[in-house]
Design a protein around this ligand. Sequence first.
Ligand SMILES: [Zn+2]
Ligand SMILES: [Zn+2]
Length: 394
Amino acid sequence: MRESLNIEKLKASVIGEIDARRHELSELSLKIHSNPELGFQEVKAATWLTRYLEENGFSVQRGICELPTAFRGSYGQGKPAIAILAEYDALPNLGHACGHNLIAACAVGAAIASKPAINQFGGSILAIGTPSEEKGGGKVIMAKKGAFDDLDIVMMVHPGVRNTAITQSLACQPLDVEFFGKAAHAAAHPEAGINALEAMISSFAAINSLRQHIKDKARIHGIITDGGEAANVVPAHSAASFLLRAEDDAYLDKLKQKVINCFIGAATASGAQLEYRWEEIYYAPLRNNITLARLFWQNMQSLGRRGQLFNKKNSFGSTDMGNVSQLVPSIQPLIAIAPARVSTHSPQFASAAASEAGVRGLIDAAKALAMTVFDLVANPDIVTKVKKEFRQEK
Ligand SMILES: [Zn+2]
Ligand SMILES: [Zn+2]
């Protein structure tokens, strides 16, 4: 009883600590928002975030995993090792339309506010900077280099249009395709040509037919990046980039074969030669740790945030956080910063990421994360339960 009272008191101090830093955290977030940097080029954001961590007693390693804008800030030693991840890359033309400026400020704020928990109960708290989520899979590269191997628990909160603790994201595999045909005068000698563009168009048509007969949450979408040089020349070359997504790896594998069959069919029909390449960076589906999600959700609710532990209306894309969640028990809850009609990756969402609602989201998310850290370090049994669930699910 005394213990639980103590934790409630400590949690109240977390709320006070984050509230006291509201101005600093909001300034940090707005500074990143008004200086949008693309993936792997987030030099300013990484500088500001690491400086803030150092000023607040964290030891910081910069440029980890051979990625100049990745970092690892740590406080305390030993187990449990709990990490809060920061993202800070922006989108081309749209700036911070995914709200990663909020994720960044929230992560460092939550890590700093967790220090008293570490001082009191032991363990370590880490703020890990993970560049280029939108493209290039910073966390996939970092995972391959072992950046998450020594961790017990990983959390991050993403801004969205609903409050929810359990989120879904799809496995995602990029694909590059090329057709090689034969150039000829399109009017004088069309019979001498092999049309690589028509092969690509037939592939799109075949994929459109296939789309009627795939599972609900599977997605196939692509763009043509080369469709020929001149209208009076039979295109000798065409190229396209695709993304294939599915709820799980097993169905993604099936889908990959079905899609490739569409291209093979088009190659046979047109006589063009097909070449394709599955990109190395693959985003794994997100595995939610339900024990951890429930714990976070209780803290979120205690702050007066309304929503659902899991909301079926949540939209889903893919994230490299999925790859982390396959290695370490993880959650990636959403915090509402805009009305439900607003889509992420839109100019409206970019405005929301710099709004008062955005700051409220970052503050509440940081509080709920730090409160969850308190629960975890103060209750080794919960950490054991989280890890047991992870092992059993595997
Ligand atoms: Zn995004
Ligand atoms: Zn995002």
